[in-house]
Write a protein that binds this ligand. Structure first.
Ligand code: SF4
Ligand code: SF4
Ligand code: FES
Length: 211
């Protein structure tokens, strides 16, 4: 076992434990969106889960650290909080904040993080850039809301785990990036048995079951 000091707590973890997981499992909340417990290769894409580790020059994404030695970790420094606020504000700047009409209302990762970090969900100082496509309804069992999607990739990951093939994937680039239902060629029906794992894992109700 390896001893970590995280803020004011001493925590024993097995070698190879994921640092973000170790914090969350010990009730030390770190904002996060793209990590799922058990991932061997987290995408490290949301850039929310920063911590500072003594002896390291820069803050690091905690989901990308596998504990191999004793560490002293700080989760609540001004630098960490500023990085997290900026990452969240960027996500919100391309997000259609319409909580009243959203199935995720009161059970939403963005709301939870905004409250925790004291970031306004709707800020006048940030413009909002939304995608033209409002809803993709081509899938037989699913609806996709591009302007709610935070591109965390959890749906893509659980679909691959469940089916061991590509049922969901990312398509397009940059601001236009979306989750796409169809593998190639697009004329074939998607490989989907309607397990709903993607709907359940989505932190913001961007994927919904049709029935
Ligand atoms: S996903 Fe969350 S923040 Fe976005 S509209 Fe829905 S409830 Fe509001
Ligand atoms: S649809 Fe949901 S789970 Fe999938 S990438 Fe978008 S926000 Fe994440
Ligand atoms: S949870 Fe670590 S970068 Fe997203």
């Amino acid at each position: 076992m390896i001893t970590l000091r995280i803020d004011d707590q001493k925590i024993e973890v097995a070698e190879g434990t994921n640092l973000l997981h170790a914090c969350l499992a010990n009730d030390i909340y770190i904002p996060n969106l793209c990590y799922i417990e058990g991932m061997k290769h987290p995408p490290v894409s949301c850039r929310l889960c920063f911590v500072e580790i003594e002896g390291r020059d820069h803050p690091v994404s905690s989901c990308s650290v596998w504990v191999g030695e004793a560490l002293v970790v700080h989760t609540d420094t001004p630098t960490v909080r500023q990085l997290q606020k900026t990452a969240l504000q960027l996500l919100l700047s391309v997000h259609d904040v319409d909580c009243k009409n959203c199935p995720a209302n009161r059970n939403c990762a963005l709301q939870e993080m905004a409250k925790f970090l004291k970031v306004a969900l709707k800020s006048k100082s940030f413009g909002r850039l939304l995608k033209e496509t409002r809803i993709d309804e081509r899938h037989p069992f699913l609806e996709y809301y591009p302007n709610r999607c935070v591109l965390c990739g959890k749906c893509v990951y659980v679909c691959r785990q469940h089916q061991n093939r590509v049922g969901l994937t990312f398509a397009k680039r940059g601001i236009d990036t979306v989750v796409s239902f169809y593998g190639r060629p697009h004329t074939e029906p998607p490989p989907c048995d309607s397990c709903q794992a993607c709907v359940e894992v989505c932190p913001v109700a961007a994927l919904l079951a049709k029935y």
